[in-house]
Write a protein that binds this ligand. Structure first.
Ligand SMILES: *[C@@H]1O[C@H](CO)[C@@H](O)[C@H](O)[C@H]1NC(C)=O
Ligand SMILES: *[C@@H]1O[C@H](CO)[C@@H](O)[C@H](O)[C@H]1NC(C)=O
Ligand SMILES: *[C@@H]1O[C@H](CO)[C@@H](O)[C@H](O)[C@H]1NC(C)=O
Ligand SMILES: *[C@@H]1O[C@H](CO)[C@@H](O)[C@H](O)[C@H]1NC(C)=O
Length: 413
């Protein structure tokens, strides 16, 4: 009798355990099912409406400019892993100088090359100086760029150019995703002045600064600042035809906001890339990178608080531009599910692995395998992937230009 009771109790217990397992399993399956790339290419209009997963939360979206502050609280549901429809292949990246844009450009060069897309490239001979730079497009822009076969359209842009709403709209398909990148104006100023050797010039002009870590202090006191700084607003097409006032600056920022789907922030480079991947519906492997074009010459300088103020003061358009998109970026982050931040952490670990493998591991292992996680399937990083991540801009553009020219020539036969 006791034994039978024991058997019955055991069965009941096992049954309850099974139900728990099945219910628990279901949860796991739901998470597994949605691993992989997230979200579909969405325009800015959809940005706040992307959601299906059942996790409701209130997010305050605020759009702040100097003139007006509007805050509306809206209810958004946030999904950890939105469903992906198709990879976006039309991407216009405005390569803003000295903002980490070479790294993003490399990602787009590889994507363009590996997926046989049509890049917008300058039609220059590789013997020309700066043959990888597409200057501001003229009204007769066809003479500046490498043509593509009839009936096809340009897919990607990743070379230096100047934003031009009308021309870009004519060149790229309507569903193209527009991305730019900005950087803290003080940090960018430092990078810019070192890169363009303005620091050496300053030291010559102000010899007392030579052995002083505050190398900018004296030069910054000169009005107007004698070395000039071309900020992101220049790349983004801002041309003041008169005195710069708030109205003009606000209108400019508004237009960039309308024209660009997403503005990356260099200080949050990996967060920006992961968000971009979601928007483009890309795989983690598509956004891998090895840091490049990092200037190691910067050393031994300091900034006083006054220097920082003066550096900001000589960038009256770029400072509000950065502030605006910095806030916008944080509104995006605020509306992310916690799994977004876990993905960023996972991404950073993958990047360390990629750097170790590509820089030191080639001889140790034939392939670099990254195990499956909830965000991606298992994938290999091969020595060819490493090579591509290490392309210099000149090499990449020369190769892509040759490929584009051959494709066009063959289409004419
Ligand atoms: C989310 O859950 C709430 C209550 O838990 C339910 O009323 C609602 O219909 C669910 N929404 C979706 C999209 O499943
Ligand atoms: C893109 O949009 C413009 C204006 O809305 C329209 O005239 C044009 O036909 C569209 N092009 C394509 C390829 O859909
Ligand atoms: C701002 O500058 C623009 C162009 O120079 C000018 O048309 C406008 O009147 C100015 N606005 C104010 C408030 O000064
Ligand atoms: C990675 O490469 C190895 C060796 O070539 C291969 O056996 C394996 O199937 C690859 N894995 C993936 C996920 O591609």
């Amino acid at each position: 009798m006791k034994q039978r009771l024991f058997v019955v109790i055991s069965f009941v217990f096992l049954g309850i355990l099974c139900i728990h397992l099945i219910v628990g399993r279901k949860k796991v399956i739901t998470v597994d099912n949605v691993q992989g790339p997230i979200a579909f290419p969405a325009s800015r209009k959809d940005r706040d409406h992307l959601s299906t997963q059942n996790e409701t939360m209130k997010t305050a979206h605020s759009k702040t400019t100097k003139e007006h502050t509007t805050t509306h609280v809206q209810t958004t549901t946030i999904q950890p892993n939105p469903i992906c429809i198709a990879k976006q292949k039309n991407i216009v990246f405005l390569k803003v100088h000295k903002c980490g844009s070479s790294t993003v450009a490399n990602i787009l060069q590889r994507y363009t090359y590996n997926n046989h897309l049509n890049p917008l490239l300058p039609d220059k001979d590789t013997t020309e100086q700066s043959y990888w730079v597409l200057n501001r497009l003229k009204e007769q822009y066809m003479s500046q760029i490498i043509p593509i076969p009839e009936g096809e359209s340009y897919n990607t842009m990743f070379v230096h150019s100047v934003h031009d709403h009308d021309i870009f709209k004519r060149l790229f398909p309507n569903n193209s995703y527009y991305v730019a990148i900005l950087r803290d104006p003080v940090e960018r100023f430092i990078s810019y002045t070192f890169y363009y050797q303005l620091v050496a010039q300053m030291k010559e002009d102000f010899p007392q600064s030579k052995h002083n870590p505050y190398i900018f202090s004296k030069a910054l006191l000169k009005k107007p600042f004698p070395y000039g700084v071309l900020g992101p607003s220049y790349d983004l097409g801002f041309r003041p035809w008169g005195k710069v006032n708030e109205t003009v600056v606000d209108r400019f920022i508004d237009n960039i906001d309308k024209d660009y789907d997403f503005v990356m922030i260099m200080e949050y480079f990996d967060e920006s890339l992961v968000y971009l991947r979601h928007k483009l519906c890309w795989d983690i492997k598509d956004i891998l990178y090895i840091k490049k074009n990092v200037n190691y010459e910067k050393k031994g300088y300091a900034l006083s608080q006054k220097d920082r103020q003066l550096i900001k003061a000589i960038q009256p358009v770029d400072v509000p531009l950065y502030d605006y998109f910095y806030k916008q970026f944080w509104n995006i982050l605020k509306s992310q599910h916690v799994s977004f931040f876990e993905e960023v952490y996972n991404f950073k670990q993958i990047l360390s692995g990629v750097a170790d493998y590509c820089n030191f591991g080639r001889k140790l292992k034939p392939e670099g395998l990254f195990a499956k996680t909830q965000w991606h399937d298992a994938f290999n990083v091969t020595s060819e992937d490493c090579n591509q991540m290490k392309w210099t801009e000149g090499h990449a553009i020369a190769m892509l230009a040759k490929k584009a020219r051959d494709k066009y020539k063959n289409s004419k036969i």
